[in-house]
Design a protein. Structure first.
Length: 322
């Protein structure tokens, strides 16, 4: 077990913990003093129930923006309503803990390189112009090989590009398509596209039926397994397999879907990353996050949170098997 200095600051990240905020501080107030680089923020409930200074978690659009705010505003009073100098620190796991986990390192401490994907007849394309359709993608790639199937993947709101899956006539053709198009510019693209082999069999459950595509009947567990194998989920090399968030105090009618809805805004959760236990008329949730910083962000935000109905949540981080 790694001993961590309780006074050690977290490793640099896009998340900042701001303390010594004036009573009654709101999210709008935080955005007004920190500017347009704020991606999301949350004023933390005062556990003592008093009217003293408040704390808040602020996530910025990137690490550079967070560093700049910390360097320029830590110890300042940026508004007339701020009586005490703000204390601003990075939020997340301590740097020594991340180093001990060997993030991105081999057993001997040397950097590890990502394992190249095995060639296949399926390709995953990133960086396509936003709003493209299957016909556009097919036309762009069919000059380099036989395009059997295309599936455009629409990103979340706010994303500036589209992704797509392609099934090529053979592995050899797919190799040629990848070599010929990876790093090229398409009409309407803002940056070179990225073409790589898709892990798994993304079209395994699709069969041709006339001019369209018909989905066969398969169990949902198989769908989750195949989608996870595509390689489009956030990379989990830095995920901590021995740490998870435990939340108690939830109503006993909580479902795994509702638990995911509660926690997923804090960060990516693997498909099997939610477990529920029902005891004493309450529901307890255990959740693993891809990014350790998301786990810490969720724990700090939800711990001690009390709803209007009197439900009070308690969180803690646990290690080991769940």
């Amino acid at each position: 077990m790694v001993k961590v200095d309780p006074n050690e600051e977290a490793a640099p990240s896009a998340d900042l913990l701001v303390t010594e905020l004036p009573p009654g501080a709101t999210e709008d107030f935080l955005r007004s003093i920190f500017g347009a680089a704020v991606l999301k923020c949350r004023v933390l409930q005062n556990k003592s129930g008093g009217t003293g200074s408040q704390r808040a978690l602020v996530r910025f659009t990137g690490l550079d923006e967070a560093k700049k705010v910390r360097e320029q505003m830590d110890g300042t009073t940026p508004a007339a309503t701020v009586a005490s100098p703000l204390r601003i620190r990075f939020h997340g796991p301590p740097a020594s803990l991340l180093a001990a986990k060997g993030s991105g390192k081999g057993k001997n401490g040397t950097p590890t390189l990502p394992r190249p994907k095995e060639p296949s007849d399926s390709l995953y394309v990133k960086g396509l112009p936003l709003g493209v359709n299957e016909d556009f993608v097919r036309e762009a790639f069919q000059a380099f090989g036989t395009v059997l199937q295309v599936k455009v993947l629409f990103g979340r709101e706010g994303q500036s590009e589209s992704h797509a899956l392609l099934r090529i006539g053979s592995v050899e053709e797919a190799k040629y398509v990848k070599e010929s198009t990876d790093g090229s510019m398409l009409e309407g693209s803002m940056k070179p596209i990225k073409v790589d082999y898709s892990m798994g069999k993304p079209f395994a459950h699709l069969t041709n039926s006339g001019s369209g595509v018909k989905q066969s009947t398969v169990p949902m567990t198989s769908v989750l397994s195949d989608v996870a194998a595509l390689g489009i989920f956030p990379q989990q090399e830095n995920a901590s397999d021995d740490s998870f968030l435990h939340i108690s105090g939830l109503p006993e009618d909580c479902t795994d879907v509702q638990a995911y809805q509660l926690l997923s805004p804090f960060g990516s959760i693997p498909p099997d990353g939610i477990r529920l236990e029902y005891t004493g008329g309450k529901c307890e949730v255990s959740a693993r996050f891809v990014d350790p910083g998301s786990l810490s962000f969720a724990a700090s935000t939800l711990d001690g949170y009390k709803t209007a109905d009197g439900i009070e949540l308690a969180t803690c981080t646990k290690n080991g098997a769940w």
